[in-house]
Design a binder for this molecule. Sequence first.
Ligand code: NAD
Length: 455
Amino acid sequence: MKEHLLPIQEFFTSQVTRPYEFRREQLIALKKTILQHEKELYAALYADLRKSPEECWVTEVGFVIAEINYTLRHLKKWMRRDSVATNLLNFPSRSFIYKEPLGVVLIIGPWNYPFQLLMTPLVGALAAGNCVVLKPSEVAPATAALMEKIIRQTFSPHYVFYQAGEGATVVPLMMNSFRFDHVFYTGSTQVGRMIYEMAAKQMVPVTLELGGKSPCVVESDANISVAAKRIAMTKFSNVGQMCVAPDYLLVHESIKEKLLLELSRYIQDFFTADPLSSLDYGRVINEKQFNRLIQYLGKGKIVFGGNHDISKLYIQPTLLDEVIMDSDLLSDEVFGPILPVISFATFEEAKKIINRNPDPLAFYVFTKSSAKEKQWIDQVAFGGGCINNASWHLTNIHLPFGGRGNSGMGAYHGKFSFDVFSHHKSILKTPTWFDPKIKYPPFKGKLNLFKKIMR
Ligand code: NAD
């Protein structure tokens, strides 16, 4: 493994990746190859997850193209050194922040948005001037094979190296035999912990984009129809296999029945009465996930859906009421088309349920009250979220996307991606014509002056 990685380090050390023109050319080349393979990407994502071309464009291919275009528009400005103010103590020095590439970075992707979640960080890493090792998820094999083709066609393996294979085998092999300058990992909290431990042994910095249970609160004053429509849309998109999908609903008891009715109505509007034949409804990735998911169906009362067919990896959009509160349904991330619905009477009661699974990746609240909105934002620790919406915050390139604590560390997208893959090098430049005595020993008798200068 090491023999593949050392030439990448040499390539980085040669400084080739640093100039703006080089980075720009690579991003343009990546965009071109992706667009050349657009139809093949649709086919691969259909084979792995039965995504429609429309869904593929918004959440995978188009998402990455938009990231490249935005980066190309701003890269020159981002790369410039920033001039910042200098404090009185350092007068008449000047201060700058240089943006440096980190070196050779490892990017590890998951299977649920197998293209977007490997390629979006790649865009940031290349823009920042790094060399990259890409490790796709083996669980979405059609997309992984096509990405390999795209990467090999676009880049020299000394610049971007594509390492397919079982994560549990190839990732430790790479991380233990070579010192990466950064590891950017997207996936489960459980594996994220292992990555963090491996990285810590060599003091390698990490970005961890993890999962968790993202709550969705619907207050008594919410616009119930709009809430139901937006929740149904994002919860059942990609069959709920989305890191920021609403994991469970906390609904004010006074509106629960009405919300359940509206949710059922929208699910049928979106995916018809027979989602199995709907072009907009995907499939569970594999039998392992299917079997994990269907055992949740016994952890509450099915009020809508519940049909499933393992031969087609199909689980109908399902609403569960009267949930068993101490079951794994409320401690493990659902990551599928099953939505537990819990009612609450008071803010404190709902907050207590959320705090059973601290630091969710996302949080959503539907309410007309700005006081309630503020109360929820202030009192729950989470990565990011929406008011009167769900999941769409991650599609705004101007917002940093990432978790905190159990749901991860670090954030990316747009300029934040460039920053995550850059070292911000602080430089203080001091002229030689001015060198006051006060800065040098002996210091005796200078305390009052120091107190005036440094306050
Ligand atoms: P996963 O942790 O099983 O796999 C992710 C990656 O880690 C894959 O490339 C896999 O090959 C590798 N891997 C697996 N076992 C490993 C091991 N023992 N050592 C090293 N590497 C290993 O995650 P997944 O099942 O692909 O993805 C689902 C999870 O990812 C969910 O929890 C979801 O919430 C989370 N997720 C988070 C985000 C985010 O942006 N925060 C996005 C998508 C998914």
